[in-house]
Design a protein around this ligand. Structure first.
Ligand SMILES: [Cu+2]
Length: 186
């Protein structure tokens, strides 16, 4: 009698375990599917290469010195945006880009891990000290977008954000004619 009861409850336990094993496999399959879908359809790919930089010397020389930050109009008509994150701000705090133009954002951190997230877009990357993050962007609507730091970076994190201002291409080109690096910081 006792062993009959035991085998009956073992059968129930096995059924429940099987059910949960199936559910967890389905969840993993769903998440993998979503990641694959996002990668193929929204181009949210991991970076294909690693570019390193010395975070303590950023301000002294090289690409990320302060005078080189902001938006640069390239000879091919595209725009390169260089940005540095540090506790607790982005430099520049207002990024200026033209509409309907190929934009390449290059960013790094001067201290701890920060993140760039431009709201209403799929632009989202981490700024890791020692590494350069690069990602392509294109804005098809004139206006202002908020860019909060998306990676908790200590006590001032919630106050760390910047703005992205998208203007007409002609307006941007006119501004770029007499300034090497552009931003919308007043
Ligand atoms: Cu931050």
């Amino acid at each position: 009698m006792n062993s009959k009861l035991h085998s009956a409850s073992a059968a129930v336990a096995e059924r429940i375990e099987r059910r949960w094993a199936v559910i967890s496999v389905l969840i993993i399959a769903f998440l993998t599917g979503m990641a694959a879908y996002a990668g193929v359809h929204q181009a949210t790919m991991p970076q294909s290469r690693v570019e390193t930089i010395d975070p303590v010397k950023l301000h002294m020389s090289g690409e990320f010195v302060e005078s080189n930050l902001g938006s640069a109009l390239e000879p091919d008509g595209s725009v390169t945006v260089r940005v540095v994150g540090q506790q607790y701000s982005f430099t520049p705090a207002c990024i200026l880009v033209p509409k309907d133009t190929k934009v390449v954002i290059r960013g790094t951190s001067a201290d701890v891990v920060h993140g760039i997230l431009i709201r209403q877009t799929n632009i989202n990357t981490m700024l890791v000290p020692g590494y350069v993050s690069e990602l392509p962007a294109r804005f098809n609507r004139v206006g202002e977008y908020l860019m909060p730091c998306q990676e908790f970076c200590s006590v001032g994190h919630e106050g760390m954000w910047a703005k992205v201002k998208v203007i007409e291409q002609a307006e941007f080109t006119a501004l770029a004619a007499d300034k090497r690096r552009l931003s919308c910081v007043e």
